[in-house]
Design a protein around this ligand. Structure first.
Ligand code: AMP
Length: 582
């Protein structure tokens, strides 16, 4: 596995500084190909998924081309959802942190257009938006495209699935001829290949070619976690399995430093290893780990390469790796010299699909597990403490202690049982606050496939299922993949239970539909935005000419109805209520 550093890529100084501050250690495999191709000015098609570092793969070359003294819009990034717009805008802002004059703005349906117009008027060079809203601004002339030299279509296949084909075409056809057009898509349906043919010139194809890999004999588990609970879950796993030596992988140097601090703060013997350390510090950390003084080594992929320690009992993927190959290398750090090793991966949200791909590609089994509860941890700690007590009773001279206890029992009004219980509590340590409220087992990665097959009931095109056939994450997948605007007339199917999350869903009726020129994305954006719920929890959106049905988790339905009482979608007043038909 060859590594390329960012400073080998001909990047400008402010970008290198930003990347260093973000804690990136090495260029990800897709970046290694995509960045040089774009810096040469070539049009490009990248086949890559979320989590591979694709945002920086197009964001870095794009930022290098922006003239900071020109206040006009120079780059437009189109993407399918509001969440992605916000996420990509944040990543690009971080990359542009030291390019002070560069302004970046996300624009998406559902957000007050007046506010967007005010921001646009202040001078923005990079616009990141959903196609519907970008078109809207182009019509109003609040987005002018005559200075645009770079266009990016991110998750092009998802935009197609969400019914944005025409909008994408209209926008691209109005951009200046002289421009660079970059497209990222996980799959290549015919309509997307056709866009490439019509709107790109001699594009370079970029994707990571997979090598055959042998997966070591390691038992692999995964846990679905919320970002804020990651440290707590890691600690619980450490307590539950208490591996003598373990390696924890993070994707960035910054991640390593932060995690080491958090673990040390909780009393674990943890040290970090990454590329910023001097040889001397590395040696010190590695020596500590070899002789067992350091029990937990927190490392980046690059730094961990040289680790030659045989008795690592467990590997933790604190972050899911950016490349399947990294996963195999990581878990290969345990289970060496004939020992049985364990690997634990923490996945957040959509990353579960990435893990599913890893399982598929590596032909291995990654078993879902419930997050251990505090009671589980207490049981283990009590068990361990009692074991020590037994040892002590067998081996030590307890005479003097017995005298002290007897004295206490006489002086104070306690029983021996009270005293033993209090000592046991002291020995197992403080109770942690129970911040994790869900002990549900994670979903099986194979079941994700099954849910996905169910999706095809709704007329998905035939390009799913392959290595790149992830077919969307979460709700984006359920608009009916007929390549058009989710035409599903006739029977109204009620999704009583969302087949991806298993949640109870409530069906809402909105008195606006295709004939009013709104797209599923507009409705999704408005509902998620107004009610402040994550877009991914919204279920199917069935759009008809004059109305739309939207499934939302039952527990959010009241909140959505209230929030939408006076809301507008694409400037139109709407009425939204519980659907009458089930
Ligand atoms: P993306 O595929 O763009 O959704 O990126 C996934 C995550 O990887 C984001 O949090 C990025 O900040 C992060 N990332 C991007 N490039 C790198 C890199 N070279 N090294 C480490 N992390 C990265």
């Amino acid at each position: 596995m060859e590594t390329i550093r960012f400073d080998e890529l001909n990047l400008s100084e402010p970008i290198l500084r930003a990347v260093a501050e973000m804690g990136f250690e090495a260029v990800s495999p897709i970046q290694a190909q995509a960045i040089p191709a774009q810096l040469e000015g070539r049009d490009m098609i990248g086949q890559a998924q979320t989590g591979t570092g694709k945002t920086a793969a197009f964001g870095i070359p794009l930022l290098q081309k922006i003239d900071p003294d020109n206040k006009k819009i120079q780059a437009i990034i189109l993407l399918p959802t509001r969440e992605l717009a916000i996420q990509v805008a944040e990543e690009i802002r971080r990359l542009a942190k030291f390019m002070h004059k560069i302004k970046v703005l996300p624009v998406y349906g559902g957000q007050d257009i007046g506010r967007q117009i005010r921001s646009l008027k202040e001078g923005v060079q990079v616009v990141i938006g959903t196609p519907g809203r970008v078109m809207d601004h182009m019509r109003r002339k609040t987005i002018r495209v005559d200075h645009v030299h770079t266009a990016v279509l991110d998750e092009a296949d998802e935009m197609l699935n969400m019914g944005f084909l025409e909008d994408m075409e209209t926008i691209l056809s109005q951009l200046p001829e002289e421009r660079q057009t970059v497209m990222f898509s996980a799959t290549m349906p015919a309509a997307i290949a056709d866009i490439a043919k019509r709107f790109q010139t001699d594009p370079v194809m970029v994707r990571v070619v997979k090598k055959e890999l042998t997966v070591p004999e390691v038992t692999q588990y995964y846990y679905e976690v919320r970002p804020k609970n990651k440290v707590e879950v890691l600690c619980r796993l450490m307590d539950l399995y208490s591996p003598k030596l373990s390696v924890v992988f993070c994707n960035t140097k910054k991640g390593v430093d932060e995690l080491v601090q958090a673990l040390q703060g909780r009393g674990y013997f943890a040290e970090g290893l990454h590329g910023d350390l001097k040889q001397e510090q590395r040696d010190r950390v590695m020596n500590g780990f070899r002789n067992g003084r350091t029990e937990i080594l927190v490392a980046t992929d690059v730094a961990a390469r040289g680790i030659d320690v045989d008795d690592v009992e467990a590997v933790f993927n604190y972050d899911i790796p950016q490349d399947d190959e990294y996963y195999v290398h990581r878990i290969g750090r345990t289970g060496r010299a004939g020992r049985v090793g364990k690997a634990f991966s923490l996945v957040v949200g959509k990353e579960v699909y990435k893990l599913r791909d890893i399982q598929r590609y590596c032909k291995t089994k990654i078993i879902p597990q419930a997050i251990p509860s505090l009671d589980d941890i207490t049981d283990i700690k009590v068990e361990k403490a009692l074991e020590q007590v037994r040892d002590m009773m067998e081996t030590a001279d307890l005479g003097p202690m017995i005298n002290i206890i007897e004295q206490k029992l006489i002086e104070e009004d306690h029983t021996a049982l009270d005293l033993a219980a209090a000592l046991l509590k002291i020995s197992i340590g403080e109770d942690n606050e129970d911040i994790i409220d869900n002990y549900e087992p994670a979903r099986s990665l194979d079941d994700l496939d099954r849910y996905r097959r169910d999706d095809r009931r709704f007329g998905r095109g035939g390009y799913g299922g392959g290595r790149y056939g992830r077919g969307g994450y979460g709700h984006d997948d359920r608009y009916g993949r007929d390549g058009g605007r989710g035409r599903r007339r006739g029977s109204v199917e009620r999704a009583a239970v969302d087949y991806v999350t298993g949640q109870d869903m409530a069906r809402l009726f909105v008195n606006i539909g295709r004939a009013q020129n709104v797209s599923p994305g507009d409705i999704l954006g408005a509902i998620a935005g107004e009610a402040g719920i994550p877009g991914r929890v919204v279920g199917s959106i069935d759009m008809y000419d004059g109305y739309t049905f939207v499934d939302v988790p039952g527990k959010y339905s009241a909140q959505v109805l209230k929030a939408m009482e006076h809301a507008k979608i694409k400037g139109k007043n709407v009425r939204i209520e519980m659907a009458k038909r089930n």
